[in-house]
Write a protein that binds this ligand. Structure first.
Ligand SMILES: [Zn+2]
Ligand SMILES: [Zn+2]
Length: 245
């Protein structure tokens, strides 16, 4: 597989000094994919074919729906549905033999092929797949910079690290792109940043809960006001709170 470096967005995400630069990149890609889906590109035949073929997941339909472009969204769902109706027509052949002949046995036939086919038709998302492609490039770039750019290495060592899901993702790719010595050095720095930051998040979060005690009412919040968001986002990837601008 051919990888392309894309250093500017990765550096920008690092400069944000957010909880996780890869979550920041993910969110940026997601916003631009959502915008693009409802913009002019949806009329391009190649994009149209992809959308018709793959459809979109719940999360991305929700985001598209929130964009308040009912016509654009409806056009997409309409042509995807037309495509699906053709595919559903072909599923009759997967019905268990008894049902096809109109004979029903108490035992029932094998529904698995039909279940698998319906699953396959409803679990693809063109937006998720496009984001995954971008994230693959960013992950590769991230590791390349860590390996070759002293300034990046310094920035990483002084950063908040990454969230747990992206820690696992980076290590998965590190196996391919770093040699053994680099792998263990990178893994050690990644784990130490993860622990260090989670320990701090947890301290702040505990203080956040203690602030609800009337005896602590007048004490300062310190850095605890967004500790719940920060901790959740570190544990599971960014999903709550506002993006750091
Ligand atoms: Zn992340
Ligand atoms: Zn999706």
């Amino acid at each position: 597989m051919q990888y392309h470096l894309d250093t500017i967005p990765v550096w920008e995400a690092m400069e944000k000094e957010d909880c996780c630069p890869l979550c920041a990149l993910y969110q940026k890609c997601e916003l631009s994919e959502i915008d693009r889906s409802l913009g002019g590109s949806v009329m391009e035949p190649s994009v149209r074919i992809q959308v018709n073929e793959r459809g979109m997941c719940q999360t991305h339909h929700k985001q598209l729906f929130m964009m308040q472009n009912r016509l654009g969204h409806a056009l997409m769902v309409d042509s995807h549905s037309k495509e699906l109706i053709k595919k559903l027509d072909k599923l009759d052949k997967l019905l268990p033999a008894n049902e096809k002949r109109g004979l029903f046995s108490a035992k029932g036939g094998d529904l698995d092929p039909l279940i698998n086919a319906l699953d396959g038709l409803s679990n693809t998302c063109v937006i998720c797949e496009n984001i995954d492609q971008h994230m693959l490039r960013y992950t590769y770039t991230f590791l390349h910079l860590w390996k070759n750019d002293k300034a990046f290495l310094k920035k990483w060592d002084g950063s908040n690290g990454v969230c747990m899901p992206h820690a696992a993702m980076l290590l998965t790719h590190a196996k391919k792109h770093l040699n053994e010595k680099q792998q263990s050095a990178f893994a050690a720095s990644l784990l130490s940043l993860l622990k260090e930051n989670l320990v701090q998040d947890e301290k702040d979060l505990e203080w956040f809960t203690l602030k609800f005690d009337y005896r602590n009412q007048d004490k300062p919040w310190g850095n605890s006001k967004n500790a719940l968001e920060r901790t959740i986002n570190r544990l599971r990837g960014r999903c709550v709170g506002d993006e750091k601008k």
